[in-house]
Design a protein around this ligand. Sequence first.
Ligand code: CP
Length: 290
Amino acid sequence: MKGLLTLKELSVEKVKEIINYALKLKKGYRISYPDKKMATLFFEDSTRTHYSFQVALMNLGIKVLDFDSKESSVNKGETLYDTVRTLESLGIDGVIIRHSADEYYKELEGIEIPIFNAGDGKGQHPTQSLLDLMTIYEEYGHFEGLKVTIAGDIAHSRVAHTNIDIMTRLGMDVYITGPEEFNDHSARFIPFEKAIDEMDILMLLRVQFERHQEKMKMTKEEYHQNYGLTYERMKRMKDNAIIMHPAPINRGVEIANEVAECEKSRIYKQMTNGVFIRMAVISMALDGKL
Ligand code: CP
């Protein structure tokens, strides 16, 4: 299948090529595809990914069709394959899909237009990881040897799983932390207080209540007390350390309100970089480089 489904299919060299292209686009380089049309299909809620893909398409001169699953024949039982096959038949040149099913794209074997995965269940979120890496690269100029901890609801996070794999392959020193109930042992564990003191990058995750089968064992207040990045904890971080978060953020749960936009926070820069990363992957796919 063409497009971008997971980062597992990309070499480290290709990941760096995407980041460098996104940086070039951020500096003002422009390329346009005025004859192309692409559709965004979001079967799960989204603010950042949905609209940043749309802005990326607009910046590339590509016409955008925003598929509304709630007013479509999905309600009559149409399968994901038939929806995408229909859009392909109508002359759509690529689709961007977010879906609650892990590896939904396996159902799309036979589709010839590029498919960009905007998040599949608890599986992967490739463009989120790429924008995270771009933000880290802008900060430090390299990846090798950087110490990063991903903190919080690891077990339910496609962002954590995508990042753990690619960050390890890039030579970063990757740890996870958080409550035992969210630890899926996908990376080395480090106590939260130790991570605060030692990391170059602290990546906080939203507690993903909507994915929980069982109620969280602690209250939101207890979570904040034990695992939240409070102002006092933020002040203990290394001088050049940065705070990241894929967002949406739960202010007052995993991050204190006053820390979300502090000097160390790169949360809104991550969102800005997302537009350029999405422009880069769409452009590379259309040019046969992905
Ligand atoms: N980071 C992220 O995927 O945010 P949305 O769910 O708002 O797209």
